[in-house]
Design a protein around this ligand. Structure first.
Ligand code: SAM
Length: 207
């Protein structure tokens, strides 16, 4: 990864912007390479660092990345322009759940609001290639999912409960092939679809 990108990542973390951990980013990039993904949808741009890391893997890779927050969107557009990735990365300032998606993607990186992961999957399922996969970050939520005593904040407790149910759902759903890397990053899953018409039949998620 080039030095400018590394610098942006460090700066983002200093400013409290939640960018993916380095080992999680490596797994994401390894997955892009291993699956030969060329069209990527990213949910949650922040300031563009993960999108640029993926784009830097090959000039053939194109990425649509959605960011709901106005300041972050503008910062991402500026960063992407500065590092010369405009021709590969299309940043959209929109809530992904309100977006009319018209393409199909080889890989979907889910890194938006953790309480909406299930909704993101429902919303994007028709836009992933049959051979494509999801990469999903923050399934441990800083260790709190497995050790709820780490927080007493009511909304965090509810959030981690929802992440735990989603994690259980993707790892037990017979229509999905999920590999969970719980020691990498903040807990990352790679999910392939077996039969997408039947994925949401499993009601265990209990929404
Ligand atoms: C963890 S950060 C993304 C980090 C980025 N992928 C990286 O590693 O450099 C999550 C981002 O998702 C954005 N977000 C949350 N909900 C969203 C939604 N429904 N649609 C688009 N963006 C969303 C947040 O504003 C936030 O900037």
């Amino acid at each position: 990864m080039n030095q400018q990108l590394q610098r942006l990542k460090t700066q983002a973390r200093k400013n409290g912007i939640p960018v993916i951990f380095d080992d999680g980013l490596k797994l994401l990039c390894d997955t892009v390479i291993a699956t030969n993904a060329k069209t990527i949808l990213e949910i949650g741009t922040a300031v563009g660092t993960s999108a640029m890391a993926m784009a830097s893997l090959s000039p053939d890779i194109t990425i649509d990345t959605y960011e709901i927050d106005s300041d972050r969107y503008h910062q991402a557009v500026e960063n992407i322009h500065e590092l010369g990735f405009d021709h590969q990365i299309n940043v959209v300032h929109q809530n992904i759940l309100e977006a009319l998606i018209s393409r199909k993607y080889d890989l979907i990186f889910m890194d938006g609001a953790k309480n909406h992961y299930y909704d993101y999957m429902v919303h994007t399922i028709d836009h992933i290639q049959p051979y494509g996969c999801y990469v999903i970050d923050n399934l441990n939520f800083h260790g709190i999912v497995d050790d709820p005593t780490l927080t007493h904040n009511r909304s965090t407790v509810q959030l981690v409960h929802k992440i735990k149910r989603f994690r259980h759902w993707i790892t037990t759903n017979d229509m999905l092939n999920t590999v969970l890397y719980d020691k990498i990053g903040d807990g990352i899953a790679i999910v392939w679809l077996k039969d997408k018409t039947r994925i949401f039949e499993t009601k265990e998620y209990g929404l």
